[in-house]
Each structure stands twice: as C-alpha cells, then as structure tokens.
Design a protein around this ligand. Structure first.
Ligand SMILES: C[S@@+](CC[C@H](N)C(=O)[O-])C[C@H]1O[C@@H](n2cnc3c(N)ncnc32)[C@H](O)[C@@H]1O
Length: 247
C-alpha cells in the first residue's frame, strides 16, 4: 500500500500530505524498518514483559473505540496488536522505510492506514480521532518540541476523546539500560556513553539520545492546555499519562 493512502476508500481523514519538512532523525536514518524490528526482537524478557504490559494497558483503555491514531507507529508493532479491538487504527511516522514494512507486518489487517507525517506538525483535520496514542516513550524519542507535539495531539482529538502518552518508569532503568546495551552489541545503535547515561537518559557516542518524561512534566505539559492528566504506573515499567479532552 502506498504511504499516505487509506486502506479503504470510505475513510476520509480530510488531510493533505506534508512530507517535506522532516528533520533528519536517528530513527529515520539508522533505526527504521528491519533494524527497528530487530531492537524489539532482541529485547530481554523483562523488557518483553514491559512492552506487552504497555500494549495491554492501551487495549484496556481503547477497547471498542472508533478511530484511533498512533503517533510514531514504526513498522506497526503496536497497531497490529490493537487493530482487532478498535474500528480503525491510523499510524504516522517520519520513516518511509518503516512505513513500507507495515503492509507485510500487518498481514491480514484491513482496518488500518499509515501516513508519512511528523507528529508535531500533522495534516489531519482538527477533532478527527476518538483516541490518540503515543507510547514507547515517543514524546522523548521524536526529539521534537514537546509543547507542539502535545498541542497537535490535542488538536486532532475529538471532544471527550482520549489521549494516551507513555514514558519509562524510573523503576525500569536497569532493565532498559540492559536492553539498550544489547541493541548496541548488535550494532543497532552506537556505543553507549556510560558517563552520560544516567537518570533516565541514554546517550550513545554516535549521537543517539533517549530521555524520559517524569510524571510532573506530563502534568505540566497538559496543564498548559487546561487539561488534567492522570498518571498511571503500569507493570513498574511504564508511566502512562491519560487525558480526556474535555471542553
Ligand atoms: C521507539 S520507536 C517506536 C515505534 C512504535 N511506536 C513501536 O512502539 O513499535 C519511535 C518511532 O517514532 C518515529 N518518529 C521519530 N520522530 C517522529 C516524528 N517527529 N513524528 C512521527 N514519528 C516519529 C520513528 O521513526 C520510530 O518509528
């Protein structure tokens, strides 16, 4: 399926494609498609448990929801898991290579569409989605202006729709570090800079940097838009920020 096309013709998201402005990012250039998939394949058992718990939390919150958007969907790992529980799952990402892999990865799924699009500058109409999901620490991984990202998430969500963001719990630090060391050993990311990697931030000598968002930061980010964020720790591994877009 060509990037930017809805799978079925009756899905009208009212958007124009906006593919020209992507900043170069590590994920797009070095950690896309098969390489991104490999990161998840080699995850140690505790991380696989975390990844599964994260998806289960999303499913428990979005069961029977109509139109759901995943920001930074990669090759479709999360979309595939939740597609059977929602009417439509839409994903966007800045990596064309990852989006190209979605078609084969999603196999028989028919209720999805993906778009090459920066999550902090989306081309969807306002108030389009029943729910917007940005998990796997996307808010840190995207390396975009966080306020813009939150503003865009709120804008494209319908009134009374749900917004879910997740980052890592501080309790997951050792397991997360082990996973990233393994990614480095497999040549998927650069050598970990041990001196600079601490307090929720992982830095590699080749320029990769992954931070985390605290409970307080999530609350503050949504407070700026007069929205209350509920913070939920899941599996002692992720921190979810759940917001209802109340008018
Ligand atoms: C940690 S991966 C997670 C992928 C997917 N959500 C998952 O859990 O399997 C982060 C993804 O965000 C994408 N990404 C990076 N910057 C982005 C941006 N500004 N807008 C949309 N996606 C972005 C990357 O290409 C990558 O696929």
């Amino acid at each position: 399926m060509p990037v930017g096309c809805a799978r079925k013709k009756n899905l009208n998201l009212g958007f124009f494609l906006n593919v020209s402005m992507h900043k170069g990012t590590y994920y797009r250039e070095k950690l896309s498609a098969d390489r991104l998939l490999r990161c998840y394949e080699i995850a140690p058992p505790r991380i696989k448990q975390y990844l599964n718990a994260e998806i289960q939390f999303v499913i428990s919150n979005l069961r029977n929801t109509g139109l759901v958007l995943e920001l930074g969907c990669g090759y479709g790992r999360v979309m595939k898991a939740i597609s059977q529980f929602v009417s439509w799952i839409i994903g966007n990402d800045i990596s064309k290579e990852s989006l190209d892999l979605v078609t084969s990865y999603m196999e028989d799924c028919r209720n999805y569409a993906v778009f090459l699009m920066d999550a902090s500058q989306m081309s969807f109409r306002s108030c389009t989605f029943d729910a917007v999901v940005c998990i796997q620490n996307g808010i840190s991984a995207f390396r975009v202006n966080k306020k813009h990202l939150i503003a865009e998430s709120i804008r494209v969500t319908k009134d009374n729709g749900v917004i879910l963001f997740s980052s890592y719990s501080p309790k997951a630090w050792q397991a997360r570090l082990k996973w990233f060391r393994r990614q480095s050993q497999f040549g998927l990311i650069g050598e970990i800079d041990k001196e600079k990697s601490h307090n929720g931030t992982i830095v590699c000598k080749d320029g990769f940097k992954a931070t985390t968002i605290s409970n307080g930061q999530f609350v503050e980010l949504f407070d700026a838009f007069d929205l209350n964020a509920s913070i939920i720790e899941v599996d002692e591994s992720s921190i979810f920020c759940k917001v209802i877009k109340e008018k």
